[in-house]
Write a protein that binds this ligand. Structure first.
Ligand code: GLU
Length: 524
């Protein structure tokens, strides 16, 4: 019988869920699903200074947002709990007792000052703890413990152990010389477990079969193997994931874009796109397929298709992928997920603005980092009312941007003009290039099109209105561009807006005419 796969994602709640952590979580989750195994979430909160309850929530929320459901862990429980290390202290104490019984540990009374002095004296040639306390007479050691002398507990690394070797599912055969392993501390003077000890106790007690984690833990692995052996526990299979680098080959950092899952969510990225993209940071289905559903990832994931080559985090590719998901998602879903940005566009638009020419934003200006003011309750309520009253309008916005959006957040700026009611914010550059263009007869073009739009006999449909307006080019002896661009600017405020007639159809006739009149009054 093959063993039941049990894997875990073990974040330390010292910050947000970062891209690297999310990738590790996805690999564990997908592997568990592919193997019909169990995915466990364990919170490693033993660093009291940096671990916070708030960070735990942020991580859980990010996991939920990504759709990485865990079978055991916080909120869902499970037989191997508790799933917070701080609640598992008694298990580490029990493991220490077991190691004492097996003669695998010894108390060390060397003070920090003594150890530091030895390290300093040895300089470059320091080879780890010199095992001063290893051969203390047990009765003497017990007497000192009973007398309350501060002590740590160290692992008694077998002196004949030889090299520590293991087969990493990604890195292949790995061998560490035994003599670099000093008798590491497992339990500190205050009784708390060290990181390596806690991780091994938990992985052993939780029956973890595969440890899939970042390769920053590769160098901890030989130490952990020694602890498994001392406990007489079965060593799991290890799979260490390569580093994630930016496109410039440097370690991923803020320079390359956002670093936490939360930031990507707030910038309008979709969970499906994120999971798809992150799954491919070091794993591939067949070396070719880029777009794949979570079902495919979950059924096809395997450790042997993980590469040890560094993975490159390319935000341009992520944006492209996000765009692919936006195109596929359909209008209703798009509206649901775009609500934060549509609500902003709604709040900033109708009926609060007046027609005016506004400066064109400088595309090279550094992005403003200042936090955006959240909408207040009233603004949300007004948006919700309108959304309920007019769902067709909102769903109609989707085809205006679906083909071109690479993030849901773009809706706020790209669709702002749809919320201006009878007013227009005229982009200065568009006004100068299109409306005030010498000899282009923009005013004539607008006046002619206005007649078509004002004619109640014309049904308010994009195709009809477009055909009738286009037909004016010939009698006016005008290029189509000179005929329709002015109309676009007059209604949408910009020469690069989404499709014009589809936009017009979604707006009310009286607003469209009011916008045209306001533009004419402002510009000509
Ligand atoms: N808590 C560790 C970290 O955040 C993970 C330990 C492990 O996966 O073994 O890096």
């Amino acid at each position: 019988m093959t063993e039941q796969v049990r894997v875990r994602f073990a974040p330390s709640p010292t910050g947000r869920l970062h891209i690297g952590g999310a990738r590790t979580a996805i690999f564990n989750w997908a592997f568990a699903r592919a193997m019909g195994g169990t995915f466990i979430l364990r919170i490693e909160d033993t660093d009291p200074e940096r671990s916070t309850e708030e960070n735990v929530q942020v991580i859980l929320n990010a996991m939920k947002w990504l759709g990485l459901d865990w079978d055991e862990g916080p909120e869902v429980g499970g037989e191997a709990g508790p799933y917070f290390q701080m609640q598992r202290m008694s298990t580490y104490a029990a493991a220490l007792e077991k190691l004492k019984e097996r003669g695998a540990v010894y108390p060390c009374f060397c003070s920090k000052e003594e150890l530091d002095a030895k390290r300093e004296a040895a300089g470059e040639s320091y080879a780890g703890y010199d095992r001063t306390c290893r051969d203390l007479d047990p009765a003497e050691a017990q007497r000192r413990i009973d007398a309350g002398e501060p002590h740590t507990w160290r692992l008694k690394v077998p002196l004949d152990r030889g090299a520590i070797e293991f087969d990493d599912a990604v890195y292949g055969h790995v061998s560490f010389p035994a003599d670099v392993m000093d008798d590491m501390i497992l339990v500190r003077t205050d009784g708390s477990p060290t990181y390596n000890f806690a991780v091994v106790c938990d992985d052993a007690n939780m029956g973890i079969t595969h440890v899939i984690r970042g390769d920053d833990h590769l160098s901890n692995t030989p130490r952990q193997i020694l602890i498994y052996e001392a406990l007489g526990a079965k060593t799991p299979t290890f799979a260490h994931l390569s580093m994630i680098l930016g496109p410039d080959g440097k370690k991923l950092s803020k320079r390359h874009g956002a670093t936490s899952v939360e930031e990507y969510r707030d910038r309008g990225f979709l969970p499906d796109a994120m999971v798809n993209f992150l799954a491919l940071l070091g794993w591939s289905l067949d070396g070719e397929t880029t777009i794949m559903s979570r079902e495919t990832i979950c059924s096809e994931f395997s450790l042997d298709r993980i590469t040890k080559k560094d993975a490159i985090f390319d935000e341009t590719k992520l944006s492209w992928m996000n765009g692919q998901y936006i195109q596929k998602m359909g209008a209703a879903e798009w509206v649901r997920l775009s609500e934060p940005w549509l609500a902003r566009a709604h709040a900033e638009g109708y009926p609060y603005v007046h027609t005016a020419v506004v400066p064109t934003p400088d595309p090279n200006a550094p992005a403003e980092e200042e936090a955006v003011e959240p909408l207040n309750e009233e603004q949300w309520a007004a948006f919700a009312d309108e959304l309920n009253a007019n769902p067709a309008f909102y769903e109609g916005l989707y085809p205006l941007v679906a083909e071109r959006e690479t993030s849901l957040a773009e809706a706020e700026a790209k669709l702002a003009y749809m919320f201006w009611g009878p007013c227009v914010l005229l982009d200065e550059k568009s006004v100068n290039k299109v409306l005030r263009k010498e000899g282009a007869r923009a005013d004539e073009a607008i006046a002619a099109c206005r007649e078509v739009l004002a004619d109640e006999a014309n049904p308010w449909e994009a195709a009809v209105l477009e055909e009738k307006c286009r037909a004016l080019a010939e009698p006016l002896d005008m290029k189509l561009k000179n005929l329709l661009q002015p109309l676009r600017v007059a209604i949408c405020g910009n020469m690069v807006s989404p499709p014009l007639f589809e936009s017009i159809e979604l707006l009310r006739r009286e607003d469209v005419l009011a916008r045209i009149d306001a533009t004419v009054a402002e510009v000509f």
